[in-house]
Structures are given as structure tokens and as C-alpha cells.
Ligand binder design. Structure first.
Ligand code: URA
Ligand code: SF4
Length: 258
């Protein structure tokens, strides 16, 4: 009993901390029941995490690591494939590796990555439970935005990663990720806060799709902290879609995810 109360206290402390970090001013009032695994209307999908991990490993080792399909291969230290749970329900897609990512070979490990980690924890999840990757796998010089032809060359790898993982939801971090996944030129300000669809075929309207929720990139939130509240509202939409329960301040009974 004492232990349970302590656990609840710790979870609430964590939530208050996360709320403060993200500039939260309100919490959702209703959370729908947990969603079934798989696309809406489809029966729950059997997920073979080991098989997914193997397919991702082969893609990385046989295609991405040695890739020279665009000019970014000239300036990278190494490719950054992405990492996390190969059977994740939720995938975060960013723009491109930055300085720290290029050095370490891991996605979102620099300052923006640290904010992303706090966002994931605020959702009641951990980095190990989700999958994190980028639209392009090599760092653009001076962290410039990837060019259209670089995105075109690299996005088949992202599409393959998403086809393997088949998450229930993709959160697109920032304009390049949202525009690439949704094949649109609309601004992130217009796209965020609503669910869209990513078509695995690459052709809008053709074949199976995965919901995409665009939100601001954590690097933008570091520069514009006044926008964190909007991103937190987006993440709460993502949680509701996945049936994840945030710790509730009033009852203190619901901890972590469903
Ligand atoms: N910004 C991104 O978009 N991706 C990373 O991996 C790091 C910073
Ligand atoms: Fe290949 Fe993508 Fe790197 Fe370009 S950015 S070299 S397409 S892995």
C-alpha cells in the first residue's frame, strides 16, 4: 500500500515536471478506450518484433550504411538509420541528423533530442518503446534543411522503415517530415494539430495508410518555447488516439500507458 502510494506520488511528480517543461496549462478531460493494434477497422495485427528488427538491420547494413545516392554522402561522418522498438506503436520522424547525431550515429541525441525525450516521457512512454528516425539519414552541412533531391533520394528508406514497423501512428516533427510524409507544401502551422494519412505506396489515396500527426520540431520549440503548449496539445491528441492514459492529477490512480 505504502509502496503504491509512493509510486503514484512519483508518477505525479514526473507529470508535473513534464507539464512544466512543456509549458502545459491544461489536461484532457476524457481519454477513449485503448485502440486495437493495426489500422482502423482491421483486426489486431500479429507483430513479430524479432522479424521486424532483422528486416531493419538488413536495410541499414546492406543499403543505408554505404549509400551514395545523394551529395550528403560526401560530408557525413556516418549514416543515422534510426533506433528504437522495431514493433513500435508510435514512430517519431524528424528532419535530418545534426552535429551530435552525425558523430554518434544515433537519431535525436543532441539538445533537440533531449527535449524529444522529455516529450516522450511526458506521454507516459520511453524512448525504448517508440521508434525514432529522420527523413534523411545523413547530416546536411551546417544543419541546413535537406534539399528536395536529397529527400527524394532518401525517402524510400523511410518508407521501408515504416512499412516494416507499421506503427499505429506517426508523429511528424517539423515541416520537412510532415511535408515529405504527406506529399504537400502546406506549412507546419497549418498541418499540425490534425490527423492526416501517410500512404505506404507513396501515392496519395493508393493502398494502406498510417495516420500522421504533424507537430513542431523540438529544435523549433527550443527557440520558441512559447509554442510548447501547442505541441503538448498535439501530443495529447496522439495519446488519445493510442489509448494512452496520462497520470491523472485528481484521482492519482492512472499511471503510465494503458
Ligand atoms: N534534428 C532532427 O531532425 N533529427 C535529429 O536526429 C536531430 C535533430
Ligand atoms: Fe543516401 Fe540518404 Fe545519405 Fe543521401 S542522405 S547519401 S540518400 S542515406
Amino acid at each position: 500500500m505504502v509502496e503504491a502510494v509512493e509510486q503514484i506520488r512519483a508518477a505525479l511528480r514526473q507529470q508535473f515536471l513534464s507539464d512544466r517543461l512543456l509549458g502545459v496549462t491544461s489536461l484532457p478531460v476524457s481519454i477513449p478506450p485503448p485502440a486495437h493494434r493495426g489500422r482502423r477497422g482491421a483486426p489486431p495485427r500479429a507483430v513479430d518484433a524479432a522479424a521486424n528488427a532483422e528486416r531493419l538491420r538488413v536495410l541499414d547494413e546492406t543499403q543505408v550504411r554505404g549509400c551514395r545516392k545523394c551529395g550528403l554522402c560526401e560530408t557525413r561522418t556516418q549514416t543515422v538509420f534510426g533506433q528504437g522498438n522495431p514493433a513500435a506503436r508510435l514512430v517519431f520522424v524528424g528532419e535530418a541528423p545534426g552535429f551530435d547525431e552525425d558523430k554518434q550515429g544515433l537519431a535525436f541525441v543532441g539538445p533537440a533530442g533531449q527535449l524529444l525525450t522529455r516529450m516522450i516521457i511526458a506521454m507516459g512512454l520511453s524512448r525504448e518503446e517508440v521508434y525514432i528516425c529522420n527523413v534523411v539519414k545523413c547530416r546536411p552541412p551546417e544543419n541546413r534543411t535537406p534539399l528536395a533531391d536529397e529527400i527524394l533520394s532518401c525517402s524510400p528508406y523511410l518508407r521501408e522503415q515504416l512499412s516494416v514497423i507499421q506503427p499505429e501512428l506517426i508523429v511528424a516533427l517539423g515541416a520537412p517530415a510532415a511535408k515529405t510524409l504527406l506529399n504537400t507544401t502546406q506549412s507546419i502551422g497549418k498541418l499540425r494539430g490534425q490527423f492526416h494519412e501517410f500512404y505506404l505506396s507513396g501515392v496519395t489515396g493508393d493502398g494502406p495508410s498510417i495516420p500522421v500527426l504533424p507537430t513542431y520540431h523540438p529544435a523549433y520549440l527550443l527557440r520558441s518555447p512559447e509554442e510548447k503548449g501547442k505541441s503538448w496539445a498535439d501530443l495529447q491528441m496522439a495519446m488519445a488516439r493510442l489509448g494512452l492514459m496520462p497520470p491523472q492529477r485528481d484521482s492519482g490512480v492512472s499511471l503510465g500507458k494503458a
